[in-house]
Design a binder for this molecule. Structure first.
Ligand SMILES: NC(=O)c1ccc[n+]([C@@H]2O[C@H](COP(=O)([O-])OP(=O)(O)OC[C@H]3O[C@@H](n4cnc5c(N)ncnc54)[C@H](OP(=O)(O)O)[C@@H]3O)[C@@H](O)[C@H]2O)c1
Length: 291
């Protein structure tokens, strides 16, 4: 049995689908099994209710599990990672594949990267055969621009001028499935990127072309981003950690396209344009002639 954490989310949903398509027994962790059941998971996928922030709720989910796809979310991530590592160690889970970040390469840059690095260490100490998937920024992060694009034809971003080899979450999921279902990935750290480095204005220009209307890029100062994150309920230290990671200009951390997705999945990493075409409807109606 393979347990997938974050199973209804951006990457986890693809991991569940990939494992189910490969005929593997899959258990999907969710905080709300009824909602997850309605959300279109593939038939035959088991659901387990549990909350990563409440370790006592995870026990049943780990019953009979020999591999885990793990991730953590939000300001509570460090506690979630510690709880999962402890449960996986206690149950002697054979294989652990963890979604991490290229920020783990530079823990000194800020608290987001150091938390990722600490979590990796905790997973490596479980005694399981572990694999770390250090992803670059997700292509899907541009979905956060939907509301301002719809309302005012603008996208706001901080540190958007730094080129990022953004990666398709579907490619991360495919890489995870490969690592969960085949041998030779134990003790490996894989850095997953897309095939091109793009700035935020470059991504927005592609969205504008697809929608057939002009869109304006606005570089938001760090203070404005921190304020918006605080208004969204994020603790200031956590928000600062995310912004420090965003501000990191080193192209070795997610700014340089790498062949890893191709090597792991057997197909080239998907382009941002291909991702955009698949998610075109998320950006509302096409109004102009182009696209
Ligand atoms: N975005 C990026 O650019 C980027 C880059 C590199 C790495 N990452 C890493 O990617 C990870 C997030 O992956 P994602 O975007 O696929 O996640 P996501 O879409 O935010 O989904 C996470 C899923 O986790 C579940 N969840 C949330 N809180 C939970 C809790 N307390 N207990 C149990 N389940 C919970 C939710 O499912 P239910 O509602 O069904 O419970 C949700 O569907 C993070 O660790 C982040 O650091 C992100």
């Amino acid at each position: 049995m393979i347990l997938v954490l974050g199973a209804t989310g951006t990457v986890g949903r693809g991991v569940v689908a990939g494992l189910a398509a490969a005929g593997r027994p899959v258990r999907a962790l969710t905080r709300d099994a009824a909602r997850a059941a309605r959300s279109g998971l593939p038939p035959g996928v088991e659901l387990a209710e549990g909350d990563l922030g409440r370790p006592q709720t995870l026990c049943a989910a780990f019953d009979g599990v020999d591999a885990v796809f793990a991730l953590s979310t939000g300001p509570d991530a460090a506690r979630q990672d510690a709880a999962v590592a402890q449960e996986a160690g206690r149950r002697r889970v054979r294989r652990l594949v963890r979604l991490s970040s290229v920020a783990a390469d530079a823990p000194a840059v800020g608290s987001y990267g150091s938390a990722q690095a600490d979590a990796e260490l905790a997973f490596a100490r479980t005694g399981a055969e572990w694999t770390m998937l250090r992803a670059a920024g997700f292509m899907s992060n541009v979905l956060q621009w939907r509301a301002s694009i719809a309302a005012e034809g603008r996208a706001y971003q901080t540190y958007g001028g730094i080129p990022r080899a953004v990666v398709d979450p579907a490619d991360i999921a495919a890489a995870a499935v490969a690592c969960l279902t085949s041998d030779g990935h134990g003790g490996r750290v894989y850095r997953l990127t897309g095939p091109q480095a793009l700035t935020a204005p470059g991504q927005l220009a592609r969205i504008a072309a697809l929608l057939g209307r002009p869109l304006e890029y606005v570089e938001a100062p760090r203070e404005a981003a921190a304020r918006a994150m605080a208004e969204g309920g994020l603790p200031p230290e956590f928000a600062a950690g995310l912004l420090d990671a965003l501000a990191d200009p080193d192209p070795r951390r997610g700014g340089t396209p790498l062949p890893t997705v191709h090597r792991l999945t057997g197909r080239p990493a998907g382009t941002f344009d291909a991702w955009l075409l698949r998610h075109r409807d998320a950006f509302g109606p096409r109004t102009g002639r182009a696209g």
